[in-house]
Design a protein around this ligand. Sequence first.
Ligand code: GLN
Length: 549
Amino acid sequence: MTEQRHKYIFVIGGVMSGVGKGVATSSIGLILQSKGFKVNLIKIDQYLNVDAGTMNPTEHGEVFVLNSGLETDQDMGNYERFLNRELGPADYMTSGMVYKTVIERERNLEYGGKCVEAVPHIPEEIIRRIKLSATEAGSDITAIEIGGTTGEYQNIFFLEAARMMHRASPDDVIFVLVSYLPVPGNLGEMKTKPTQSASRMLNGAGIQADFIIARSETSIDQKRKEKLALFCDVKVEHVIAAPDVESIYDVPSNFENENMGHMLLRALKLEPLNKENGMTEWKEFVSKTKSATETVKIGIVGKYFDTGNFVLSDAYISVIEAIKHSAYANDRKPVLTWINSKDFETGEKDVSILKEFDGVVVPGGFGESGIEGKIKAIEYARVNKIPYFGLCYGMQLATIEYARHVAGLKDANTTEINKNGPYPVIDIMPEQKKHMAEGNYGATMRLGAYPAHLKKGTIAAEAYGKAEISERHRHRYEVNPDYIAQLEKAGLVFSGKSPDGVLMEIAELPTSVHPFFLGTQFHPELQSRPLAPHPLFSAFIKAAIARKK
Ligand code: GLN
């Protein structure tokens, strides 16, 4: 094959945010990958945070951690799930990262005495990062999602970078506008004007859209496709219908029904690399999401649920998706119920409602709010032999519950909540303490992939089918080494440990005592994929199905 030039697709939002740019970008990635290309996806966030780690999940959604430990936006999770591979730290950037690099470079005299200016120096740094990401991924095509919508101030430098890349290499760069088409209730008619305005706004930034993804409740009709084509200066077949769908996993097939992959390649002046349909496996997965009729009922006991319904699903998106992957793989339709753990503290709800569920999950979390309610829920699941899966905080709280009620360590706690309790079974490691004393909160968490050794004959070892694993972390506290012997003696099994044996990675109970009671210090949900469900989630779902029977 002759040396191919690298191709870039910029995905830009119009009219309003939250219409599924991330899923559109993920789907474009999957489609092009299925045509034989190596694709990488980049998420650009316009805010000044240097990473997503300091942002509140109730406002911004889940913090998705990469293997490298970089804390990123939840869209990166969708990218990994659709591409079915891991992405690197160069595949994510924020305005904060970009500005920081430029300012540091200036401080190091690297601009050689020149006046450092917002333009071109900021866009140049953005372009450097985009090209670095493409090189590091060794990909043929890079799709870049620019956060926000056209017309805002905040993403203007990213649009300028995109314009400059197109100017330098017009055959290798294309633009996709993901826009929203409202159907106002009083009119009952789909309106194209907001998208026309968005397209003009993009023109004002020197960018002409090549494709318009028309997001709307129902499919855009031919007449309106033609209208958009005329007024936004795109080919009519480049206006892609993107109606609301039941599941985000339906989007790639919908795009393919509009022949989008073929047209993207044509616009990039590429020929498909393979003849066969590379989406077969994906389509099999999607058909499972529709064919399952029997349910598996999972209760998720957490704390981020009281700010309105739309928030919770974003704060725990990877957990939800991981449960779905394993449920569908086992031909079950997952039914998820959100339970605010505070309701178990106030008496609003009785913990016995948990017996309605086939399995209970306590996901990750921080701070004091609602933790006694979570501990009550864990105790109920343990005593009543309901499959229990604890993720990070859910593992720490299960350890506390076991310490208090089985190992006889009354009032055991984590030092995150009680610094002076009698039994600090969960505590911060000395190294992290040092960072915190220095007020260096950005560096106080154990982040990213770490290896663990599994103990033979345990649920964990059985599920993974191997002795060594690598999983992603995001936490400050650990099981306190001073209490391990006592907890083990009381029957808790630490089935996963760091290679040096110091850090407890998985805690579980033997199946002779409980069908599935297991917690992980890491976040297994971050590595579950539609085409590769996570082994521990699958083991949990199997136990839940068995309980149902
Ligand atoms: N708050 C706990 C810790 O920092 C758990 C964190 C989490 O669940 N991600 O260790």
